[in-house]
Design a binder for this molecule. Structure first.
Ligand SMILES: Cc1ncc(COP(=O)(O)O)c(C=O)c1O
Length: 442
C-alpha cells in the first residue's frame, strides 16, 4: 500500500487518515463518502508558495477551484494565502459565499456570459482572463456601460500540448481556448485591449495540459511567450505585469505515475522566466500558477461499501460498490486509473484480482479494472485513493443517485463540509404534472 499524506494503519488494523479511523467515518457518515486530508492540502499549498519565496519572485499561487469547488475548500485556500481560479458564475458564487477576497479571484472560461461578467465586475475581482474576441468586445462594452475599469490577462495558446510524459508542438494550436500566439490573433487581441479605456492589459495566461510530469512543456511555453513579449515591447511598448502559466502538475494516482515534487516544477519555471527576462532585457512579471489536481488530488479518498459480486468463470470477478461514475466519472470519461485497499483490513495479504464495478446502469461504469485485493465481500469498505480532484466537482445524479457527503479530517478531528444529498433534494426542482400524496407533504 502506498501511504499518501497522513494515511496510516492504526492499531485496530484499519486505514486511518488525518488521525481518524476510516471505519468510524463510515459508521458515522455512511458510504460513499469523500474524505480530505487537510494537512496534505496545506502541505502542498505551502510547498508551492515556499518555492516562489525561496527564489524571491513575485507570484500568485491560485487554486483551480474546478478541481474541488466548495465553500470549505475555498476557505481553506484562503487560509493558506492562495488565490482562486474560477470558470463560472457558480464557482464565483461559491467564492463569494466563502468570503474569499475578491481581489485574489481570476475568472476563466471560453464563453462567459454577460451575467457572469457583470457578476465579476460587481465584485471587483482581481482580473479576468479574456479568452476570445467575443469576450473582449463584450467586456469592453459592459465596462464602458458601467464606467468601470478591470484588469485583463489574455489567454493564449502557445502551440504546445502537454500530458503526462508527452508534450507536442501543435503549430496552429487546435484548441477551443485562447488566442493563438503563432497566427497573429494574440497580437491583435493585445492591441485591441491596449486601445481600450476600460480594460487594463496586465499580462498573459496559458495552460498547456494536465497530469504533466515533465517540465519541458512549461519551459518551452515560457520561451515562446517571452519571444512575443519582446516583440510586443518593441512594437507596442507593452510590458506584462502578469505571466500566468496555469496548472497541470502531475500527481501519483497509481504506481505507474512518478511525478516530481511541486517545488521542482516551480523552480524550473522560475529559472526559465529569469533566463528569458535576462535574455530579452525585460523585467520579471508576477508569475502565476493554477494547480488544481496537485493541491487536492492525492489528499482525497473515497470510501465505498462492497455489495454484490459476479464471477465470470476464467475471465474475471466483479465486485460492485455503492457508488461509481456518479461520484467519480474520470474512469468512464478518460480511462483514469486508481489504486484501492480495503479500509477495514488494508494490510491483509491480497489473494485475488478483482474488477470494481459501479452501481450505475451503464457497462462503462467500472471504477478499477484488475485490482489485487484480499478476499472481499458484502460490507467490506473499499478506500479508493487520490480522488480529491475532479471527483466531487464532476459528481452527478445519473440514475438519480444522490451525491455523497464530504468530510475534512485533520489532527484527529472530523468536519462535515458538504452534506449527503437526499432523495428530496433530487426532486426539489421538479414540478409535478399532478399532485400526489407524497408531493403534498413537501
Ligand atoms: C486554465 C486552467 N488552469 C488550471 C487548471 C488546473 O489543472 P490541474 O488540475 O491539472 O492542475 C485547468 C484545468 O483544466 C485549467 O483549464
Amino acid at each position: 500500500m502506498y501511504y499518501y499524506g497522513t494515511t496510516a494503519v492504526n492499531d485496530k488494523g484499519h486505514l486511518e487518515i488525518g488521525g481518524v479511523d476510516t471505519v468510524e467515518l463510515v459508521r458515522e457518515y455512511g458510504t460513499p463518502l469523500y474524505v480530505y486530508d487537510v494537512a496534505l492540502i496545506r502541505q502542498r499549498a505551502r510547498s508551492f508558495k515556499a518555492t516562489f519565496e525561496k527564489y524571491g519572485v513575485k507570484a500568485q499561487v491560485s487554486f483551480a477551484s474546478k478541481a474541488f469547488s466548495s465553500v470549505a475548500m475555498v476557505q481553506l485556500a484562503d487560509e493558506e494565502g492562495l488565490s482562486l481560479d474560477v470558470v463560472s458564475g457558480g464557482e464565483l458564487y461559491t467564492a463569494i459565499a466563502a468570503g474569499f477576497p475578491m481581489e485574489r479571484v481570476h475568472f476563466h472560461g471560453n464563453n462567459k456570459s454577460r451575467e457572469e461578467l457583470n457578476m465579476a465586475l460587481d465584485h471587483k475581482i482581481g482580473y479576468i482572463v479574456v479568452d476570445n474576441f467575443y469576450e473582449l468586445e463584450l467586456l469592453e462594452a459592459l465596462c464602458a456601460q458601467r464606467e468601470q475599469q478591470i484588469d485583463v490577462v489574455l489567454r493564449i495558446t502557445p502551440g504546445i500540448e502537454a500530458h503526462t510524459h508527452d508534450y507536442i508542438m501543435t503549430g496552429q494550436a487546435d484548441s477551443k481556448f485562447g488566442f493563438d500566439l503563432q497566427n497573429g490573433q494574440a497580437e491583435k487581441a493585445l492591441q485591441q485591449a491596449m486601445q481600450s479605456s476600460w480594460l487594463s492589459m496586465s499580462g498573459i495566461h496559458c495552460h498547456i495540459g494536465s497530469q504533466i510530469f515533465e517540465t519541458t512543456g512549461f519551459t518551452i511555453a515560457v520561451q515562446k511567450i517571452f519571444e512575443k513579449l519582446y516583440q510586443w515591447k518593441e512594437s507596442f511598448s507593452f510590458k506584462a505585469s502578469v505571466l500566468n502559466l496555469g496548472g497541470g502538475f502531475g500527481i501519483r494516482y497509481t504506481s505507474e505515475d512518478d511525478p516530481k515534487p511541486a517545488s521542482e516544477y516551480v523552480a524550473e519555471i522560475i529559472a526559465e522566466v529569469k533566463k528569458q527576462a535576462a535574455h530579452y532585457d525585460l523585467s520579471i512579471p508576477e508569475i502565476g500558477i493554477e494547480p488544481g489536481r496537485s493541491l487536492v488530488g492525492d489528499a482525497g479518498i473515497t470510501l465505498y461499501k462492497i455489495g454484490s459480486s459476479k464471477e465470470v468463470p476464467e475471465v474475471r470477478k466483479y465486485l460492485a460498490i455503492d457508488g461509481g461514475m456518479t461520484d467519480n466519472i474520470r474512469p468512464a470519461l478518460y480511462q483514469a486509473k486508481y489504486e484501492a485497499v480495503l479500509a477495514n483490513k488494508p494490510l491483509e495479504q491480497t489473494t485475488e484480482v478483482v474488477s470494481i464495478a459501479g452501481k450505475c446502469c451503464e457497462s462503462g461504469d467500472m471504477l478499477i479494472w484488475d485490482l489485487p485485493l484480499p478476499e472481499a465481500g458484502d460490507q467490506d469498505i473499499l478506500a479508493v485513493f487520490c480522488t480529491g480532484a475532479y471527483g466531487y466537482s464532476m459528481a452527478n445524479n445519473y440514475n438519480r443517485i444522490p451525491r455523497p457527503p464530504v468530510v475534512f479530517v485533520e489532527n484527529g478531528e472530523t468536519r462535515l463540509v458538504i452534506k449527503r444529498e437526499t432523495y428530496e433534494d433530487l426532486v426539489r426542482l421538479d414540478f409535478p404534472l399532478r399532485e400526489t400524496a407524497e408531493a403534498k407533504h413537501q
